[in-house]
Design a protein around this ligand. Structure first.
Ligand code: PLP
Length: 439
């Protein structure tokens, strides 16, 4: 295998490190868990990333989720080009907000009204404030390994980069903020019942990623989401689905459609901005009208409902609304899952692969098919094996997120031919792993 030349990327990273903490704008981009330097990208096209040195990679980072239509999709680019010629922000309302809101409300069963913000972090932070105001209670339950952005109270036992870097509960979070967060194990039906028995009358909301995506992809156990709905109803708490990752990703109507459970509040981000900074939260009219200026719960944003972000979102959702889009994603996901499982089995490497639609994770487990249902089991997986696999894939021109705890994202640009090339690379990467662990 010819070694990649990455001289320009390395020079850029050296400079970046002098100017920005760790040389990155978000810690998930660092390569601490896998070794080496972060990629510096010049350009994205379809399912391909091109770095500063001209190396090309089949991309499964997908911008960490938004790029379900691929990089620089021509319809998204055309919509953005048209929008940018009309200015970048107005500080006034624009039609594109109403257009995107109308698509979201039409798609998500539990959303009658929506408020746009600028990130997933803001969406969840604001939904939590609304839940507290609506119930007059303070406690929020979140799952161990769930990631809901970096707001103070939600950085308790958080997933994603916090988990990868081993700092799931950050210094700088006041004890008073964390004191209102109660932790539950994801997929633990009995434990969750007990938790409600203990704290039920103080819980404002149970906040959950309906498909966990930040400790690797972990689907909900049978009956888990329904149980959460039932417990919230029984104890007068709100159920918040953080669909920042799953919204418009696992189905047109998100996880709430796929698993037939309706939350009270839904948080969105990623796909609904087509790669531009965006977030949103929504729910019933009765709840959402408690938000200012209709109601007293304050939440605002200089750039919220930004015309470019709205145009990127509308164009992306138009592509997804076309007949066959989710079937295409499902089929690409199935091909990849089967190919990866076959590659691992051939090399006798133990993995557990989880996939929900176009989100996928490969956990390097002690035995093939071992259960990975929660954070503890995810953390028990072999991160060193992942690092070897990751680096072999990268060297072969396949770019994964640099952590076993981040999802692989498939886009409409990942054709069967691209999946086949990925699986070929995975066969070689698995063989390399197998040589490390002779049976
Ligand atoms: N919620 C979930 C489920 C996420 O995956 C993320 C980000 O990865 C967030 C919230 C935070 O979104 P953002 O990074 O846009 O603030």
């Amino acid at each position: 295998m010819v070694q990649r030349v990455i001289a320009q990327s390395e020079a850029a990273f050296l400079k970046a490190r002098q100017l920005m903490p760790g040389g990155v704008s978000s810690p998930v981009r660092a390569f601490k868990a896998v070794g080496g330097n972060p990629l510096f990208i010049r350009e994205g096209e379809g399912c391909t990333l091109i770095d500063l040195d001209g190396n090309q990679y089949i991309d499964y980072i997908g911008g960490y989720g938004p790029l379900i239509a691929g990089h620089a999709n021509e319809r998204v680019v055309a919509a953005l080009s048209k929008a940018i010629g009309r200015g970048t922000t107005y500080g006034c309302c624009c039609e594109a907000e109403v257009e995107l809101a109308s698509v979201i409300v039409g798609a998500l069963p539990a959303v009658q009204m929506v408020r746009f913000v600028n990130s997933g972090t803001e969406a969840v932070m604001s939904a939590v404030r609304l839940a507290r105001a609506a119930t007059g209670r303070d406690l929020i339950v979140k799952c161990l390994g769930g990631y809901h952005g970096h707001s103070d109270g939600l950085l308790a036992a958080a997933g994603s980069g916090a988990l990868t870097l081993g700092i799931p509960s950050s210094p700088g979070v006041p004890a008073s903020a964390a004191a209102n967060t109660v932790l539950a194990a994801y997929n633990d039906l009995e434990g969750t019942k007990e938790l409600f028995e203990k704290y039920g009358d103080r819980i404002a909301a149970f906040l959950v990623e309906p498909v966990a995506g930040n400790m690797g992809v972990v689907p909900p156990a049978t009956g888990y989401l329904r149980l959460l709905r039932q417990l919230c109803d029984q104890y007068g708490a709100l159920l918040i689905f953080d669909e920042v990752m799953t919204g418009f990703r696992v189905a047109w109507g998100g996880a709430q459609e796929r698993f037939h459970v309706r939350p009270d509040l839904t948080c969105l981000g990623k796909v609904i901005g087509g790669g531009l900074p965006v977030g949103a939260y929504g729910g019933s009219k009765a709840l959402m009208e408690q938000i200012a200026p209709s109601g007293p719960v304050y939440q605002a944003g200089t750039l919220s409902g930004n015309p470019l972000a709205m145009a990127g979102g509308v164009a992306t959702l138009e592509i997804l609304r076309e007949p066959g889009a989710y079937e295409t994603l499902e089929e690409a996901g199935r091909l990849l899952e089967e190919g990866l499982a076959h590659a691992a089995a051939e090399a006798d490497v133990a993995v557990t692969i989880h996939r929900v639609g176009s989100m996928l994770s490969v956990f390097f487990t002690a035995a093939a098919g071992s259960q990975v249902q929660n954070l503890e089991q995810a953390q028990g997986c072999d991160t060193e094996a992942f690092a070897i696999f990751f680096n072999s894939m990268l060297q072969q021109g396949v770019c994964l997120a640099p952590s076993m705890f981040e999802a692989w994202f498939i886009s409409l640009a990942h054709s069967p031919d691209i999946i086949e090339r990925t699986v070929d690379a995975a066969e070689r990467a698995m063989a390399q792993l197998s040589r490390r662990n002779p049976q």
